[in-house]
Design a protein around this ligand. Structure first.
Ligand SMILES: [Zn+2]
Length: 402
């Protein structure tokens, strides 16, 4: 292990990694419009001597970037997967402040993707990959609600998937072994008649009253869900984030709408899509019953964020933990490979959920120390990007020949 670590430590180039991260952050790429950032990455990789494939993966506006790097002998394929789209906020250009790189996507997750690219280069430059292969994928359409994960889903369906996956999202202090699935829902209640003064009110249901009743039933559902809990991932939930209705104080309202989320735990006995279908059916039954009782139209729009996530016991997890421990600083006198990351939950939905739900491939979300995701003040630690590049490269050496 020490030999491998020495090769990798020599081959990871901090300046090259930082320049790649700065270039990617420097390209404005809100979700759905990440073509220029993907083109930029493709060009960087091509200049670096890699053979770059572009795959539309059902989104030709921004073809995904795919690179394959073969080791000397057959073995397992480790995939590094990143998204280059960012949430829809004003563009913040890259800037370096001491150990911090700031700017749009520096935390989520262009700099992490640059660390994965650096791991790939280090493996090549050190001529270190004896067996197996690396598959690097980068894509658009990650961030909700502008994206729905469909480009990655298509990449997976097309077979661009490894035997295990590393995802450089901004989670560095726990090894996430479980994560809740999530959907957003939007319920719109309507009555048929035209707008009218409330003193002339027709014999039609009051949509605000129906909205209030729907809110009460969703909150009751949330109460019933409180027993569905997991020590790491927390509990299932039904949540209301906003409710709106009516135009002015004395006009009989025509429309009321509510919007929120539903989050659920993985079910080890059932397939992810079956569990999700149950969750959707429960919500639809609840709104349909209310619509029938009140004589209103209730339209329910549901958008899947991601299915629930599980990281199984798998040799990949051991390989990652050995690599993590070898790279991480440890107390004086402690040997190599002693401490892996403590296990924990994944607080958000990410592409790892899709790899698990669609392909049953183990995926570990592990990225740099970073913060400010989904804000105008994103930052990432450059030193920690270097650490992540080493962990990724060393995990490949541990896993691909296993
Ligand atoms: Zn992300």
């Amino acid at each position: 292990m020490q030999d491998k670590l020495d090769w990798i430590a020599r081959a990871v180039n901090r300046q090259r990694l930082l320049e790649t991260a700065q270039k990617l952050v420097g390209v404005y790429s809100p979700t759905g419009q990440a073509k220029a950032a993907l083109d930029c990455l493709a060009e960087i990789l091509r200049r670096d001597g890699f053979v770059v494939e572009r795959h539309a993966a059902s989104y030709a506006q921004a073809p995904a970037v795919v690179v394959r790097w073969q080791g000397k002998k057959p073995g397992k394929t480790l995939q590094f997967n990143g998204h280059l789209d960012t949430v829809h906020l004003p563009f913040v250009p890259p800037s370096v402040h001491g150990d911090l790189l700031k700017g749009s996507g520096s935390s989520d997750m262009k700099a992490g993707t640059a660390a994965a690219v650096e791991a790939l280069r280090a493996l090549r430059d050190a001529d270190a990959l004896d067996a197996g292969a690396i598959l690097l994928t980068a894509h658009d359409l990650h961030e909700s609600p502008w994206g729905d994960g469909s480009q990655l889903n298509q990449l997976i369906a097309d077979g661009n998937v490894g035997d295990a996956v590393l995802l450089p999202e901004y989670l560095s202090d726990v090894l996430p072994v479980i994560g809740r699935g999530g959907l957003t829902w939007l319920a719109t209640i309507k009555r048929d008649g035209p707008p009218v003064h409330e003193v002339m009110r027709p014999d039609e249901p009051n949509v605000i009253a129906v909205g209030a009743e729907l809110a009460r039933r969703i909150l009751d559902l949330d109460q019933r869900l409180q027993d569905k809990t997991h020590p790491l991932a927390g509990r299932e939930s039904a949540f209301i984030g906003q409710i709106h209705g009516g135009q002015i104080f004395n006009q009989y309202p025509q429309e009321c709408w509510l919007e929120g989320t539903r989050r659920w735990l993985p079910d080890t006995k059932r397939a992810p899509e079956i569990k999700r279908a149950d969750v959707e059916i429960e919500l639809r039954a609840l709104t349909l019953a209310l619509a029938n009782e009140t004589g209103t139209n209730i339209r329910l729009d549901i958008n899947l964020m991601r299915d629930a996530f599980v990281l199984p016991d798998h040799p990949f997890v051991d390989a990652f933990q050995r690599a993590y421990a070898a790279v991480s600083p440890r107390p004086e006198g402690e040997g190599l490979g002693v401490r892996g990351l403590p296990i924990g939950a994944k607080p958000f939905c990410d592409d790892g959920n899709s790899f698990w739900a669609l392909a049953h491939v183990p995926a570990i979300t592990h990225g740099p120390k970073a913060g400010g995701a989904h804000t105008l003040d994103e930052w990432v630690s450059i030193d920690d990007l270097v650490r992540v590049a080493k962990v990724y490269a060393l995990t490949a050496l541990e896993f691909c020949s296993s």
